[in-house]
Design a protein around this ligand. Structure first.
Ligand code: HEM
Length: 485
């Protein structure tokens, strides 16, 4: 049962309580000096307002109630941050108090009771794991080795989006080539399904007494999926332990899982945690970059002038006798602008994973946010703010040429990778993957649609990452000499 239907049913059942709620509403809010928000129904609060695209519903509500808005979601106090000003205030002044993830039901399953990264509180372990990712997975030397692999992955224009996701995981050399082949498609399917499930608002998180009913059937699916993921991850770990690989070559950098296994400081870490770190990287990495490349190509096919301009730039810088490489990226400013504009217009995570307010209430814009509240940063509302972005609904890469805007969480007007202590650790790799993916597809192929580009379906589906509801289907024709590919 979807959230909207469920809320409608509950509304009917709860009609008699509405009357009492209305009369008590103003009093409660004034006393607590909570931020303003929509009228909350008893029991469900504003859950019924989320709809199928919660980031858009909440953005509309925040236009009415303000950039710091307080809807009740079930019995949980939620605070939606919808402006750069409010984001800057909360993540500069109260960063530490808003760095932990809440303990949601999905985190018990997919985060093994919050012992990995994505679903965890901001503990010293999480800091260590983030450091390990930076030093060992994202080091410039390692990324250089992965460059060729990544380019080869972008070069298969006939790949389905699932295959692209699979190649993203290979690219980052999490498990090495050997263990990622064979059942990899099934494994990637499980990861993609996890990303979908984790993005759904689980009513039982907000109305805990409903949990035993599991009305959306989510907990049952969490269980099945964690079993599947664990089976696969354990078989990878068994394989790596039996056949350790400690030598790095130009063709095959050491798999990240081998790096983790060989680390002294992790010798006490349980194998479950080692696996969770790699699983969390997959959850963060697999869909995000691949979906952004898909969105970018869809926009370019709808905007042929932008496509031609990008192609001219690539042809000028790279020529036609070799393929674009990572080392060309600094000279491809328009391609970078396309990647950034895509991340603005089609935010991968339009409603950034909530953070739990810890260690007492915090003051924000004259209001009090109670401890225990969940803070949602709406990167979507911020990216659509007309006060900063002229014609925000338009795809205009040029705006990033006119203004040099940081994308890594320092400029609060543009936060596609989040901000603060939990900012995406793979942000640079993610952005570079989108840049090289788009550059390769634009340089290497002419593209044809079997429909009017203006009518291309650009609908999106909400989840942990937002994706195109209808996958992009376009026909490629090689435009360079065959020896170049
Ligand atoms: C276009 C590509 C990407 C986008 C738009 C993106 C976006 C994000 C966002 C918005 C968050 C949440 C930040 C927060 O909770 O405050 C996040 C977290 C995360 N991302 Fe990315 N990401 C991308 C690529 C990657 C890549 C390539 C990796 C891995 C190498 C990665 C690994 C992670 C991890 C592990 C987290 C959790 C961090 C934590 O909870 O401390 N992401 N990402």
């Amino acid at each position: 049962m979807d959230l909207a239907t469920l809320c409608a049913l509950m509304l009917v059942a709860l009609m008699p309580l509405l009357y009492f709620a209305g009369s008590r509403r103003g009093r409660r809010r004034d006393g607590d000096r909570l931020p303003p928000g929509p009228f909350n129904l008893p029991v469900i609060g504003s859950l019924h307002r989320l709809g199928s695209l919660p980031h858009i519903s909440l953005q509309k509500l925040s236009r009415k109630h303000g950039d710091v808005m307080h809807p009740k979601l079930g019995r949980v106090s939620a605070v939606i941050i919808s402006s750069a000003r409010a984001a800057s205030e909360i993540f500069k002044l109260h960063s530490l108090q808003c760095s932990s993830k809440p303990s949601l039901i999905c985190s018990k399953y997919f985060g093994n009771d919050s012992s990995g990264i994505i679903f965890s509180s901001y503990t010293p372990q999480v800091k260590l794991y983030r450091k390990l990712i930076n030093t060992h997975l994202l080091s410039p030397a390692r990324l250089r080795i992965c460059d060729g692999i990544r380019r080869a992955a972008s070069l298969d224009p006939s790949a389905t989006s699932r295959e692209i996701r699979c190649s993203c995981a290979k690219t980052y050399r999490l498990f090495g080539e050997r263990s990622f082949c064979g059942s990899s498609q099934e494994f990637v399917r499980a990861i993609v399904e996890t990303i979908r499930l984790v993005g759904i608002f689980n009513v039982s998180d907000y109305i805990p007494w409903l949990r035993w009913l599991d009305v959306q059937g989510l907990e049952k699916q969490y269980k099945q999926l964690t079993d599947k993921l664990n089976r696969h991850l354990f078989s990878i770990l068994r394989d790596r332990r039996e056949n350790p690989r400690v030598v790095t070559t130009d063709e095959e950098p050491m798999a990240f899982i081998d790096v983790l296994i060989s680390m002294d400081e992790l010798s006490d870490t349980t194998k479950i945690t080692l696996l969770l770190i790699t699983q969390d990287i997959l959850l963060g990495a697999v869909d995000s970059s691949a979906l952004s490349v898909e969105w970018a190509m869809a926009e370019l096919l709808r905007h042929p002038a932008e496509l031609s301009r990008a192609r001219r730039e690539i042809d000028d810088v790279v020529g036609s006798q070799r393929l674009v490489e990572d080392s060309d990226l600094p000279k491809l400013r328009y391609v970078e602008a396309i990647a950034k504009e895509t991340l603005r217009l089609h935010q991968v995570t339009p409603l950034i994973n909530p953070k739990l307010v810890e260690g007492g209430p915090i003051k924000l814009g004259g209001f009090t946010i109670p401890a225990g509240a969940l803070v949602y940063l709406s990167s979507y509302a911020i990216g659509m703010d007309e006060k900063f972005w002229k014609e925000p609904l338009e795809f205009r890469p040029q705006r990033f040429i006119e203004q040099d805007i940081d994308v890594f969480g320092q400029n609060f007007h543009f936060v596609p990778f989040g901000t603060g202590r939990r900012v995406c650790p793979g942000a640079k790799l993610g952005l570079d993957t989108v840049r090289i993916g788009v550059a390769t597809l634009v340089q290497g192929f002419d593209w044809e649609l079997d429909q009017d580009p203006a009518k291309l379906d650009m609908a999106e589906t909400f989840g942990l990452v937002c994706q195109k509801t209808q996958p992009l289907v376009a026909i490629p024709r090689p435009r360079l000499d065959s020896h170049v590919y």
